[in-house]
Write a protein of this length. Structure first.
Length: 263
């Protein structure tokens, strides 16, 4: 284990990923059910029930059904939730209650490798859940291929961003109950106003500016672009945003977890 604030990240972080993957394999059926059934519930409730009232959606010069509009957003929400909750609640439980981090820190693994492995695992969970959800949504003919295959690497990339954000909050909350604050103040507003269930162009101008500053908005735009096969310059902008967001919160997560665990 390293001391001080220097970073020591090698390929050994894969061992942390392997440990979490093995634990996931013991209860994979529980993790398999939500991404399998969630899109069905949403598509039936919103895509069928609400679609009759909404009609067509005009999005970036394209007229599409409401089901085709919300389906990519469901994938983006799934990416966010899997990585964020894995690196908040699940990582906190492993750190504080199971003392898994303490056990790993007694090995040659550095703290930075442990945290990196945790974030990579959160992104992997997003990828696994997205693959399952994408199969279900594809059965409705709501994803255009071959561009739709780009959603899978996007799921991992977006999972890194939200996993790093989740780990940052894990490094600063005093108790597990306080995760309700970032969820209420950050995750829920993105879920509602990140271009998920209606275009952000319907919002007031100031609210549009806020929405554009949020990572889920860019992730939703990217999943829609890949789902519809409409690749334009906004794809580069969205990918650049997620890259910068990850580059900011990954080191912040390492720093806050180092401050929390190394005294």
């Amino acid at each position: 284990m390293t001391s001080g604030g220097s970073w020591n990240i090698t390929r050994r972080f894969i061992r942390v990923w392997q440990r979490n993957f093995k634990a996931y394999g013991q209860s994979w059926k529980i993790g398999f059910i939500p991404p399998l059934l969630e899109p069905l519930f949403y598509l039936l409730a919103f895509g069928v029930g609400l679609a009759a009232l909404v009609g067509k959606i005009h999005y970036r010069g394209i007229d599409m059904s409401y089901m085709a509009f919300i389906a990519p957003a469901l994938i983006a929400i799934n990416i966010m939730n899997n990585a964020f909750y894995e690196n908040t609640y699940s990582s906190y439980v492993r750190m504080y209650y199971y003392k898994t981090f303490d056990a790993m820190m007694a090995t040659p693994l550095s703290l930075e490798e442990i945290i990196t492995g945790e974030i990579i695992w959160g992104a992997t969970k997003s990828l696994i859940a997205t693959a399952i959800m994408q199969v279900v949504i594809s059965l409705f003919g709501l994803i255009h291929y071959p561009e739709g295959l780009l959603i899978l690497p996007l799921a991992f990339f977006g999972g890194l961003a939200f996993g790093a954000l989740g780990m940052f909050f894990t490094g600063i909350v005093k108790s597990i109950e306080l995760f309700n604050l970032p969820i209420f103040l950050f995750v829920t507003p993105m879920f509602l106003f990140g271009g998920t269930f209606f275009p952000i162009e319907n919002l007031p101008h100031w609210a549009q500016l806020v929405a554009v500053a949020l990572p889920l908005t860019h992730l939703v735009n990217l999943t829609r672009a890949f789902s519809t096969g409409s690749l334009d310059s906004s794809v580069g902008t969205g990918l650049a945003y997620l890259a910068v967001f990850s580059l900011i919160f990954f080191p912040l997560a390492l720093r806050k977890m180092h401050q929390r665990l190394i005294r």
